[in-house]
Design a protein around this ligand. Structure first.
Ligand code: ADP
Ligand code: ZN
Length: 579
């Protein structure tokens, strides 16, 4: 792209050089030849060589000979000079001659220079827009987006959680007549390329409303205030349409958490964020405008953005599991000429691929098939494409997680699930997966715990065991020297829970029924004793968890095997293995 631009730049550059030379040459010529003695002029007059003379107030007069030559000579400034000439049949004009031949190269020169300037501006990052009017908005609505939920494969849970929004966009009046408040903002979070933009487009498409897309980085400009003004323009445009989906990619560019201690921070970002929040509270529920924003990291966002009435619905978009990958592959191969492709095999070896990467893979395969003049896309093309894509992404993301790592994750998650099913049978484990999410390596999902008003000590102890079970499983299977960092967030949670039990809920020995925060006034520091007690509780629960896993080691093995194979197990599949 850049090379191309440089090539085009050569044209105005060379014309500029040529015309510059011409201008100089003409100037030299006009400077030397065109000044002649008055005597020569008189001679020309006598010889009837002259066709025209221009007589002005200047000290020189211009003379044009019959053969076309032009020269200057001194203005005699005599009273009857004009009459003299006229009587000799010479035309006299009182305007200076315009030297036509000089005008052409000068014009070309200026034109070339102008072109060069414009081209240089265009090719540099400063767009002409931002140069000439600092706050012109780039976003235009896409009216008929042509996307719907059929274009989004997998991610069923995410689709489910935005379906009501589609319905709301279709008839917001209905919702407002029930007094129902729809979220104004939805945050889609998850790894890059998992289809966040796609889902937002699908919402607009399904609802049949225009789609406005901008990126958070578009708002962060060199000039303070531009971002805020762009936000206002964006909303104004969207509102002028009535209903709309406004999509802001990379919302973290404007809504990143303010670093504590660094007061002030970036003025531009704060102004932009404030403008966004103001606009969002500005429109009411009846209007049918939904703001969808995407980010890779939900935990990086400023909490001001996440409060009720703002982006209060958070939808996680996860990497596709085996089945979802198969669907995504099918979707992208649908309109392509395909031979006998082994879809299952392909879906299996693309674990941890994002949707975007799968699409990329299919596209590479199509290119390779086309290059080799094959009628169809075949397995061999896919294989080649696979190597290319893998190499291209190596080290950047998780796609080359080794089987060993995968197996560690499988045992870790199987441990959580198994201990939960054994110790807390009243609680539903709706899903176990080894597909990483933004929250951690793998993931198991507990759906709503048993319905009860209070959590009792027994429940909390068992809950602690479930939290510990991931690490315990690693320990039991791979040995204590091979435990991993995968339990990081489990331990954060278990530590919080056990300290609360000992210091807030009156369930420990050290403080008994005293509440630690209320004790802060008196000079008593039980810190180390509390830590010791919490540690003892956790240690004995860890041993207990270990026993549960050892007693059920064959189930643990079976669970992790199945997880390795299918990557995600739903509730029914889980129960079948465990029972
Ligand atoms: P994100 O916004 O999460 O970075 P995109 O929505 O831009 O990801 O996805 C990029 C491309 O990847 C999409 O245009 C689509 O072709 C493909 N893709 C990603 N996820 C899916 C999916 N679930 N189903 C089908 N295609 C997908
Ligand atoms: Zn865990």
């Amino acid at each position: 792209m850049n090379k191309l631009k440089n090539k085009y730049l050569l044209i105005p550059m060379s014309t500029a050089v040529i015309s510059l030379i011409l201008v100089i040459v003409f100037n030299i010529l006009s400077g030397s030849v065109n000044d002649r003695l008055y005597l020569d002029f008189q001679k020309d007059v006598a010889n009837h060589n002259i066709s025209k003379v221009s007589l002005t107030d200047s000290p020189k007069i211009d003379v044009k000979l019959k053969d076309g030559t032009i020269y200057k000579t001194d203005n005699p400034r005599t009273d009857n000079f004009k009459e003299d000439l006229l009587s000799k049949g010479i035309q006299v004009s009182e305007e200076a001659f315009s030297y036509n031949r000089d005008v052409a190269p000068v014009a070309v020169l200026s034109l070339s220079i102008l072109t060069i300037i414009v081209m240089v501006i265009r090719s540099s990052n400063v767009t002409s827009k931002s140069l000439f009017s600092v706050d012109t908005l780039a976003a235009d609505a896409v009216e008929d987006i042509g996307f719907n939920f059929k274009n989004v494969a997998g991610n069923e849970e995410a689709k489910e959680s935005v379906k009501d929004v589609v319905d709301f966009l279709r008839n917001p009046e209905k919702y407002s007549s029930y007094g129902a408040r729809m979220p104004k903002g939805i945050i889609l979070y998850g790894d890059p390329g998992t289809g966040k933009t796609l889902l937002a487009k699908a919402v607009a498409g399904e609802a049949g409303v225009p789609f406005y897309a901008m990126s958070g980085s578009d708002f962060i400009q060199v000039y303070v205030g531009v971002g805020a003004s762009r936000i206002r323009q964006l909303f104004k445009k969207a509102r002028s349409h009535g209903k709309a989906v406004i999509f802001i990619d990379e919302i973290d560019a404007i809504g990143k958490q303010r670093e504590s201690g660094k007061a002030g921070g970036s003025d531009e970002r704060d102004q932009t964020l404030n403008a966004l929040l103001t606009e969002m509270s500005g429109f009411n529920e009846k209007e049918g405008i939904i703001v969808m924003a995407a980010t890779n990291r939900l935990d990086m966002l400023d909490s001001a953005l996440l409060r009720p009435g703002r982006f209060d619905r958070h939808v996680e978009i996860v990497l596709p599991d085996l089945n979802a990958r198969k669907e995504i592959l099918k979707l992208h191969l649908k309109n392509k000429p395909i031979g006998k492709i082994n879809m299952d095999d392909l879906a299996r070896k693309t674990s941890y691929f994002s949707g975007a990467k799968l699409e990329n893979l299919v596209n590479e395969a199509a290119i390779i098939a086309c290059k080799s003049d094959s009628k169809f896309i075949e397995n061999e093309h896919i294989d080649k494409a696979y190597s290319i894509v893998i190499a291209g992404y190596e080290k950047i993301d998780r796609s080359n997680i080794s089987t060993k790592d995968k197996s560690i994750t499988a045992f870790h998650e199987a441990g959580h699930a198994l201990v939960s099913l054994k110790m807390l049978p009243g609680e539903k484990v709706s899903k176990v997966t080894i597909i990483p999410s933004t929250k951690g390596a793998g993931g198991y999902t507990l759906s709503i715990p048993e319905d009860k008003l209070y959590q009792n000590k027994d429940y909390m102890m068992k809950k602690l065991m479930v939290l510990l079970a991931g690490r315990t499983a690693e320990d039991v299977i791979f040995g204590k020297d091979f435990i991993t960092t995968g339990a990081y967030s489990d331990f954060k949670e278990s530590t919080r829970l056990v300290t609360n039990m000992v210091t807030q809920y009156g369930m420990g020995e050290t403080l008994g029924l005293l509440n630690l925060s209320e004790l802060s006034n008196i000079n008593y520091n039980p810190g180390n004793d509390i830590v010791k007690e919490c540690k003892n509780i956790i240690n004995s629960l860890y041993e207990e968890t270990k026993n549960v896993l050892l007693e059920n080691k064959d189930v643990l093995n079976k669970l992790s095997e199945k997880l390795m194979d299918k990557e995600t197990l739903n509730e029914a599949e889980l129960l079948e293995i465990v029972k």
